[in-house]
Design a protein around this ligand. Structure first.
Ligand SMILES: C[S@@+](CC[C@H](N)C(=O)[O-])C[C@H]1O[C@@H](n2cnc3c(N)ncnc32)[C@H](O)[C@@H]1O
Length: 181
């Protein structure tokens, strides 16, 4: 299967699909932080190639409900961010999964098909993650564990805090490759 993992610098989802024998490539404006096929640049450059599956992690900076108090100051940015989400959801690719936290995508585009938590996939943490799916089954929990800590929320300020907060959980990436690959 030909898999495009859009807006991924970590390579975690890409590598999970590669490990299952798929042809997978990540794409981000940033370099990849792990070895593997990666296109550094705008996903729009390669979106219209011949993919079977798109997994997209578009930026949530202007969309996440956790930033609601800033919404009135960033309406232009929000519209741009929503347009980007629409473009990804409307891509001519048979299977699509788009991931974001609880965000205004739900009210402005459509409700997510599913909300998952890291503790359903082997990580004893909470971080509600919404999935918008096209031609894909709901992701089934693989390993429900104890622990309901919000580690992401408690991370101390740092230059790369946003990066650490946004990296996909390994257990979720493996579930995607197992169940959607
Ligand atoms: C929330 S992060 C997702 C991180 C991802 N979960 C991972 O594990 O690497 C969003 C990413 O989208 C990238 N991005 C933003 N606009 C993009 C574009 N037009 N094309 C490709 N990547 C883009 C950003 O550079 C950022 O790394």
């Amino acid at each position: 299967m030909k898999v495009l993992v859009a807006c991924e610098f970590s390579g975690i989802v890409r590598n999970a699909f590669l490990a299952k024998g798929h042809e997978a490539i990540s794409c981000d404006l940033l370099d990849s932080e792990s070895k593997g096929p990666h296109y550094k640049g705008d996903v729009r450059d390669i979106l219209y190639k011949d993919w079977d599956l798109l997994i997209a992690h578009p930026p949530c900076t202007h969309l996440a409900v956790s930033g609601a108090r800033w919404f009135k100051d960033k309406q232009k940015e929000q519209l741009k961010a929503l347009d980007f989400v629409k473009l990804l959801l409307d891509a001519p690719i048979y299977m699509i999964a788009l991931e974001n936290p609880i965000s205004i995508i739900s009210s402005k585009i459509r409700k997510p098909d599913q909300i998952i938590q890291p503790w359903q996939f082997g990580h004893g943490e909470t971080k509600a993650t919404c999935l918008w799916l096209k031609n894909l089954p709901l992701l089934k929990p693989t390993n429900i564990v104890d622990g309901r800590e919000n580690k992401v929320h408690k991370m101390p300020p740092s230059k790369d805090r946003w990066k650490k907060r946004s990296i996909t959980y390994q257990g979720v990436a493996e579930a995607m490759a197992d169940q959607w690959g």
